[in-house]
Ligand binder design. Structure first.
Ligand code: KIV
Ligand code: ZN
Length: 526
């Protein structure tokens, strides 16, 4: 007979390990949106960042700690007093918070990275946990590269940090090296050989270098782990981390096998995954498990026939369980507010009346241009409305002329929040290049375009195109995105969003420098 399911803690590190990966960095306002979505999704712990990494990181963790309710807010620190105190200060306003300290333990890291002997590592780890415990009752310790650490030494470290007051001990497979059987054995070894192991929650943290992060995390749960560290869409260092949506759906779909429970509301998985993808500009592969476009699509005749007889023939999860509804063809210009509101809710978005009215207006404008609106169109409208970076500049008009025999021309008309209306024309290598040059001339901000991506967010001849631009300015990277049926317009809006961010961050930098009496201040993310 089955015993009652034991709770397993879902620890999300999208904003720390996820954000650390190339191309995934987020501005403070974006981190707040993700943190709010994670709290609504029902994760237990949100690792909001690494405050000692930069002033911007400290401010983001602090903003999440102040403004996001419903989850424990956690911050990462190295094993030194300065890092730990910075993290504790950033977290102090969160009603429930956790300090997460880490130190590498493997021979490879000891020798090549830290140049430290085992006893030094042991002492540093214990001291750090004690410092953290003086500041916070909830302390997690991670022996980095645990899966490549000598078993006896790992057990010694784990025992010592629990004695020093660690309430959670996390076992990272930092480089994604382990395999399920070996990793389960490691957890069993620790449970058998560490005195006092029952006083701490055992946690698992896996990377996906060999594509086994989810499998290794699940096997750790079978072997006694009661916290899983994961990220939305599996984003993270190198090949990424254990994907939250996959691990949670595996626990749900095979509930009798795993016999553990968690608080995640799986119907919010799909909208949360789309939100993170739209903010980071990292597309979700079509064949991605659980949230990919093809995850519930059935193409072959035999499969379609089986599905028509009974969905369980080829479907182990229901699309609605992850927040995906079956209908793809949705609304058009004759659809009313009621139908639109229902569709927005079915897609998992909760908008207040003001936001809803704004999105509905945009929906009507789009429906005038586009015959049929698909789920992707509606998601793009809502995500754009939620994330609208209100900047000083707005676009009043854009005209472009593209001629295969001559340089393209663009004319833009922009309005600044201070009331100025500025018009500029420019020539370029194609209409997008010309529009970017005209915008630079109008705003007076010259930025270096590093990368430019275009992708379709819906289907059909009149599908909307999302433009994502990556720009560098004063040694800082910025990213902006926008969606429209006209790709020159979406590209121009995305570029303008970036220049708005640059202007906002320059203004805030100047005022902080003035307050600091002219001293140079490190730029903070806006
Ligand atoms: O992968 C890793 O080892 C980490 C630790 C900081 C937990 O991210
Ligand atoms: Zn990691």
């Amino acid at each position: 007979m089955l015993t009652a399911p034991e709770p397993v803690i879902i620890f999300d590190t999208t904003l720390r390990d996820g954000e650390q990966s190339p191309g995934c960095s987020m501005a403070r306002a974006e981190k707040l949106r993700v943190a709010r979505a994670l709290a609504e999704l029902g994760v237990d712990v949100i690792e909001a960042g690494f405050p000692a990494a930069s002033r911007g990181d400290w401010e983001s963790v602090n903003a999440v700690a102040r403004e996001v309710q419903g989850a424990v807010i956690c911050a990462l620190a190295r094993c030194n007093r300065e890092d730990i105190e910075l993290a504790a200060q950033a977290l102090r306003e969160a009603p429930r918070h956790r300090l997460h300290v880490f130190l590498a333990t493997s021979a490879i890291h000891r020798q090549h990275k830290l140049n430290m002997a085992q006893d030094e590592i042991l002492r540093l780890a214990v001291d750090a946990v004690r410092i953290a415990r003086d500041l916070c009752a909830d302390v997690e310790f991670s022996p980095e590269d645990a899966s490549r650490t000598e078993l006896e030494f790992l057990a010694q470290v784990v025992e010592a940090v629990i004695d020093a007051g660690a309430t959670t001990v996390n076992i990272p497979d930092t480089v994604g090296y382990t395999v399920p059987d070996e990793f389960a054995e490691l957890f069993r070894y620790l449970r058998k050989n560490v005195r006092g192991i029952e006083r701490a929650v055992l946690s698992v943290h896996c990377h996906d270098d060999l594509g086994m992060a989810v499998a290794n995390s699940l096997t750790a749960v079978v072997a006694g782990a009661r916290q899983i560290e994961c990220t939305i869409n599996g984003i993270g260092e190198r090949a990424g981390n254990c994907s939250l949506e996959e691990v949670v759906m595996a626990l749900k779909t095979r509930a009798t096998f795993f016999n553990v429970s968690n608080r995640v509301q799986t119907t919010k998985l799909y909208p949360t995954s789309r939100l993170v993808s739209s903010i980071t500009g990292q597309p979700i592969p079509r064949n991605k498990a659980v949230v990919g476009e093809n995850a519930f699509a059935h193409e072959s005749g035999i499969h379609q026939h089986g599905m028509l007889k009974h969905h369980s023939t080829y479907e182990i999860m229901r699309p609605e369980d992850v927040g995906l509804t079956r209908s793809h063809l949705v609304l058009g210009k004759h659809s009313g507010r009621h139908a639109f509101r229902e569709r927005v809710q079915e897609l998992g978005f909760a908008l207040d009346e003001l936001e809803f009215n704004r999105v509905f207006e945009e929906f009507k404008a789009l429906a005038d241009k586009k015959k049929e609106l698909f789920d992707g169109d509606i998601e793009a409208l809502v995500l754009r409305a939620e994330g609208h970076a209100a900047g000083p500049w707005s676009l009043l008009g854009l005209r472009t002329v593209a001629d295969s025999a001559a340089p393209a021309e663009a004319h833009v008309r922009l309005q600044h929040a201070d009331g100025r209306v500025v018009e500029r024309s420019a020539r370029g290598d194609g209409p997008v290049d010309a529009a970017f040059k005209a915008i630079e001339a109008a705003t007076g901000i010259e930025a270096s375009l590093r990368k430019f991506e275009l992708r379709s967010v819906s289907v059909g001849e009149d599908a909307q195109g999302e433009a994502i631009v990556y720009v560098e300015y004063n040694e800082r990277s910025y990213r902006g995105s926008s969606v429209s049926t006209n790709i020159v317009e979406s590209s121009t809006m995305a570029f303008l969003e970036v220049l708005n961010r640059i202007e906002l961050s320059q203004t805030s930098l100047r005022s902080r420098e003035e307050r600091a009496g002219g001293a140079r201040v490190q730029p903070a993310a806006v």
